[in-house]
Each structure stands twice: as C-alpha cells, then as structure tokens.
Design a protein around this ligand. Sequence first.
Ligand SMILES: O=C(O)CCC(=O)N[C@@H](CCC(=O)O)C(=O)O
Ligand SMILES: [Zn+2]
Length: 353
Amino acid sequence: MSHPTLLEQLQQDGDFLKLTLSNPNALEPFNFSLPDDTIVCIWDTGVICFEPKQLTHQDIVLSCGVHGNETAPIEICADIVQQVLTGQITLKHRLLVLFGNPPAINASKREIEENLNRLFSGQHNDTAVTPSAERERAKKLEGYVGQFYSSSRVTDLVPRNRCLYDLHTAIRGSRFEKFAVYPFLHEKPWRKAQFEFLQACDVTTVLLMQTPATTFSYFASNTHGADAFTIELGKVKPFGQNDMTRFTKVCTALRQLISHDTVQTVAFDEHQFQLYQVYRAINKQTEAFKLHFADDVENFTSYPVGTLLASDGELEYRVEQPGEALIFPNAKVAKGQRAMLMVVPTTVAGNVV
Ligand SMILES: O=C(O)CCC(=O)N[C@@H](CCC(=O)O)C(=O)O
Ligand SMILES: [Zn+2]
C-alpha cells in the first residue's frame, strides 16, 4: 500500500475522476481488490484497469477526455468507474477506463499544447516536432492499451473480443445529435454487431472512413484489431451543464456491455442508419483559413452546389456535389490539420458481417 490515503479515499468514495484531476500529470501505480475479488489496477493518472475474478472473453476499453473540454463523456465514464468501485456494477469482462488528457480537463480546454487525437499510431514520435505533454501522453496511452489487450490471463477464454469506444462531444450542434466515426478497416467488412451496439447507444449516424488516421480509435482498430469507434454524443458543454437525460441509452448500453454477456440490441437494418463516407478532407494550409458560414451551423448541414464554404488565402472551397454535407468545421486547428470534412451519403453495400 504505497498510497494509503489515496487508496482509502478511492475505496470510500470511488471518485477516480477526482483522484485523477488532483494528480493530473502522474500517479504512482497501485492495486487493490474489490469485495467480489475483482482486481483494480491504477496504472497512471486517468488510467484504471479492472480484472474480474471469473474467466472472461472480452477486453473493453472506454475512453473520454481525449479532448479536455468534452465533459459529458467524462461524467459518464466517471460514474461507471464509481459504480464499479462501489459495487453497484459487477463486471462480466475485463475493463480499462481512460481519462485521456487530465491537464486539459482541469483547464477546461480541448488541448494544452496540441490535439492529442492527432498523435496516435506513432505520430507522437515525429522527431521533427517539439515534444509536448500530449505527445508523451499519446505514447503512454498507446502503451496502456497494448498492455491491456496483451495481458489477459493465459487461462482466460479465447478468442477474445477487443473493443474501444472513445467518447467525445462535438464543438457544434449536429443535425444528428449523436454519431460515430468507424475507422478505416482496410477493406475488411464492417461489423453488424457493432452497428447494433451503436444503435443501442442511440447512435444511428455513422461516418465510414476510407483512409488511415492518427486518431485513438483508428490506432486501436488498426494496431490491435479492436472494434473501435470515436463516438460523438452531442455538443460540448462545461461540467454541470450537460443534460444527462440525453445520455440514458448510451449509459444503459455501456453498463450492459461491461456487466452482461450480451447487450440488448435489435437486428442490423441498414435503413435505420444514416451512413456517410468522406468525399474530401479540407486541411488548413495558412493562417488565413476562414469558414464562410456561421458558428451555429450544425454538423451534417448541406448547401447548394457552388456555395462558398471556406477560403484559405487565394484558395476557395465550394460545394461540389449535391448532398455534400459538412462535419467538424474548425478554423482554429493547427496549420496542416483537418479543418473540415465534406461527407456524402453511402451504404455498406453488402460488405458487412
Ligand atoms: O466538433 C469537432 O469539430 C471535433 C469533435 C472531435 O473531437 N472529433 C474527433 C473525431 C475523431 C475521428 O475522426 O475519429 C476529432 O476531431 O478528434
Ligand atoms: Zn473530441
């Protein structure tokens, strides 16, 4: 017991978020057991791993706070961790919960030095770039996910199901309040069971990516073969201002996921979903990059062909396709980074198992 007071406090109140935010830069690892013999391992600040006593076949990662001001997912994960620690939820599966960027959560900012969600799949190693707290954290988070997926007990059941749900909220409102980004699968089929789980989470709008990315969800999918998603649950709000009733379905589905053999779902029917693919990514090239629509224009808004959407010095970006819709517009990103995606409706076209 290297941290009796921290340990005692955590055992008493189950408030792992409080422990994380009062030690935002690091936390010495420590372990303890719950009354049902689940082993709880704190690996670092914002990193808590649960190993149930019984044999398991699922390795579940829930992450939040990769962007520090996206508070609803942080509250959802903090509640789940607290309920596990206080015995209100009994786990069926192995679980790793990650609070991505604690200093940014404390600062109520998306990022401190740079966007953590652009630094995965080794992007943090770029030696041409000045080191940052986010680069260090991305490297550690990659390590923790790898350690989690590779450390199931030899006696545990195989094959294992690996998943990672990286929970976010978006800067803007959205025509479809909740939506998911399904990382590029390199031509492998999409998974019906995952669409069914998303629907149980109240998420029926899915953006099917067609290229690799440096996001956390693509890293888990591509490096570890996990069913991984970025899930946008609504619009960014400060702590205390989230209408938690908007998250009832996702909270129920996540609780079922970790504590039951199966989640209550309905059979996949593509017609129940709004599926999109990327038509083009618009990257910010100069500091002159400017959006030509208002801040309250929602994600998935479409304009007539020819409408001026953005300019970047001399360059103009206009709507090229009927039905082209904008998503994640942000003029404040660093130069070279994605400032907006233009998406078009698509189908899974039978490539689903
Ligand atoms: O609302 C916005 O502009 C950004 C919301 C957000 O953080 N989205 C993620 C999506 C990640 C992905 O493409 O999988 C991000 O931009 O990192
Ligand atoms: Zn985010």
